[in-house]
Design a protein around this ligand. Structure first.
Ligand SMILES: O=c1ccn([C@@H]2O[C@H](COP(=O)(O)OP(=O)(O)O[C@H]3O[C@H](CO)[C@@H](O)[C@H](O)[C@H]3O)[C@@H](O)[C@H]2O)c(=O)[nH]1
Ligand SMILES: [Mn+2]
Length: 540
């Protein structure tokens, strides 16, 4: 683990982006708004209901402006130094990677395959990684494509590590032509790897067109007579890195899961899938950190896990430390995005207060925090306090909170006590994994209430991060350049979004864009001054 010495350079630093001009401008507008409200109040008795309605509307706007000003007040983000982690941390912690997918038509398997390959090839000890794909579509085609991808991974992962490839999603990597002389070792490897990738794409394409290919294969029996909303739990260990030592030729564990679905049961969409992923990974690898990547997003930076570890391990002796590390969401095939504006002002602003909100994809969580731990439950050295040990690990409270699986309860105890996980065989946990995938497993437990991803909100992301922050944890926003993760947007979605968002994005950009910010402040101030002057010239 990390050596603690204050004389060593930090693994990460919080960088503030205070702008005194922006603060002055925000305060001026706030001042003008309040004087306007004061004017309304002072002349309230001499005026009619229209005056009152105007006052209420302006009050709402002023409150929104005040909140926005507070959030934007001290923007920050975290800069990491992944090179330093190698000298300092000799035994990096394990990470379980979750990729949820739901629909083989809207999320074509080749996209999911690329997301998964980019993650399997990440620059991190292979024996410390495990990748779990949850398929809410219960699609044999997705399972077939992932199985084929795992075969290609045995060529792709060593290739990426040997030549230090940065973008490890093959479809992006092979967009660039070979930039070296023919006949060299690299060029031979490159061409062979490209041929294998093209073979993989063809296999997936042929399987997409033909619906009978899986009939004769026993491995696909679990998918016979299933519907996406009516089937039993399926757990398949696609690849197990048995006896892995972290060598560059190894491929991390790779597991396919699809939880039970029945027509009359609520399944809670992505949040439900995430909680099932947490349980299955708890039973199989129980890593202390979890990374969540949507199936149409790939790792654009091979060092993304080491960067996140810089944040988690920097303050590992500080109990009031980071619960999650969020990377920005960006897409490579869309130029205008409301998200960019939202992230650069609001998320960075929040990052300067208690930490950014959880945005969904591209986020690392600590398992213990998702199991409901609060900062006061943790001692300075990271172990559980004696009070927390008594309360949280009480024999009757664990099954009540986490459900009736004995194996699950055992894995929760180990995770809360940060016991190192003795390597065990993944396939031995298949039965337990199927049990925790039952529709009614979560019935009368705390899953979705105080444990895991929370249910019953417009977006599980916001609700979950509010809960984590309200317990007293902080979070970090790491925004490297080029971005760590990139999502894709199918052309039609991207066009529809553009139509829908063009006006909003345009106007937000005018307000927030760096170049036009001073101008927009000037215009807003002029309008407010003109408005207040007009009002005071015509007092009634
Ligand atoms: O029943 C479901 C529905 C969705 N998903 C998966 O969840 C992810 C996100 O769902 P999607 O419908 O693609 O939502 P988006 O609007 O594209 O994603 C935004 O909204 C999500 C949910 O609020 C966030 O997690 C994402 O990071 C954010 O980009 C995808 O990988 C889906 O396959 C499931 O696994 N099961
Ligand atoms: Mn999506």
């Amino acid at each position: 683990m990390a050596e603690s010495s204050s004389s060593l350079p930090p693994l990460c630093e919080k960088i503030s982006y205070k702008s005194y001009f922006q603060r002055a401008a925000d305060l001026t507008i706030l001042g003008l708004l309040f004087s306007l409200l004061l004017h309304r109040i002072l002349h309230m008795t001499q005026n009619d209901n229209v005056w009152l309605v105007a006052f209420l509307c302006e009050s709402c706007f002023s409150i929104v402006w005040l909140l926005t000003t507070c959030i934007k007040w001290s923007p920050a983000e975290t800069k990491t130094y992944p090179d330093r982690i190698d000298e300092r941390v000799h035994d990096l912690p394990s990470v379980d990677i979750f990729v949820p997918t739901a629909d083989p038509v809207r999320e074509p398997p080749i996209i999911v395959v690329n997301a998964v390959l980019s993650l399997l090839a990440i620059n991190y000890p292979t024996n410390k990684l495990a990748c779990y794909v949850s398929d809410d579509g219960c699609s044999p085609l997705t399972y077939f494509s992932l199985k084929e991808a795992s075969k290609f991974a045995k060529i792709w992962v060593p290739f990426c590590k040997k030549y230090n490839v940065r973008v490890r999603a093959p479809f992006r990597y092979f967009l660039n032509p070979l930039a070296t002389t023919k006949g060299s070792e690299f060029s031979r490897d490159w061409q062979m790897t490209k041929r294998e990738y093209e073979k993989l794409c063809r296999k997936v394409e042929i399987a997409t067109g033909d619906s009978h290919w899986s009939d004769a294969d026993d491995d696909f029996e679990a998918f016979s007579n299933t519907k996406p909303n009516d089937h039993s739990t399926i757990v398949k260990v696609i690849w197990e890195n048995k006896g892995g030592v972290g060598d560059v030729t190894e491929v991390p564990h790779f597991v396919y899961i699809s939880r039970e679905k029945r027509p009359n049961y609520l399944h809670h969409y992505k949040a439900g899938a995430m909680n099932f992923l947490v349980r299955v990974s708890g039973l199989m690898t129980n890593a202390p950190y979890m990374l969540n990547v949507d199936c149409d997003v790939y790792a654009n930076e091979a060092d993304v896990v080491r960067q996140a570890m810089c944040v988690f391990l920097q303050g590992s002796s500080n109990p009031n430390h980071c619960a999650f590390v969020q990377y920005p969401q960006e897409s490579y095939d869309s130029t205008t995005d409301t998200l960019t504006v939202f992230q650069s002002f609001m998320v960075r602003g929040l990052a300067g207060i208690q930490g950014p909100i959880y945005l969904g994809s591209g986020c690392f969580h600590t398992r213990r925090v998702m199991y409901g731990l609060s900062p006061e439950d943790v001692e300075a050295n990271g172990s559980l306090s004696s009070l927390a040990t008594r309360e949280l690990l009480a024999a009757d409270s664990l099954p009540r909170g986490f459900g009736n699986s004995k194996e699950m309860v055992k894995s929760v105890v180990e995770a809360l006590q940060i016991k190192s996980n003795p390597q065990h065989i993944l396939t031995n946990s298949i039965e337990a994994a199927q049990e925790v995938g039952h529709c009614d497993y979560e019935y009368q437990t705390n899953w979705g209430k105080t444990i895991g991803w929370l249910y019953d909100s417009m977006t599980e992301d916001l609700n979950t991060s509010i809960d984590i922050h309200s317990r007293g944890w902080t979070s970090s926003y790491v925004s490297p350049n080029p971005p760590a993760f990139l999502g894709s947007m199918p052309a039609e979605v991207s066009e529809a979004l553009l139509q829908q968002r063009r006006w909003l994005t345009g106007s937000m950009e005018v307000l927030f864009n760096k170049q036009s910010q001073s101008l927009s402040y000037f215009i807003v101030s002029c309008l407010l001054i003109a408005y207040s002057t007009t009002l005071s010239c015509f007092p009634r």
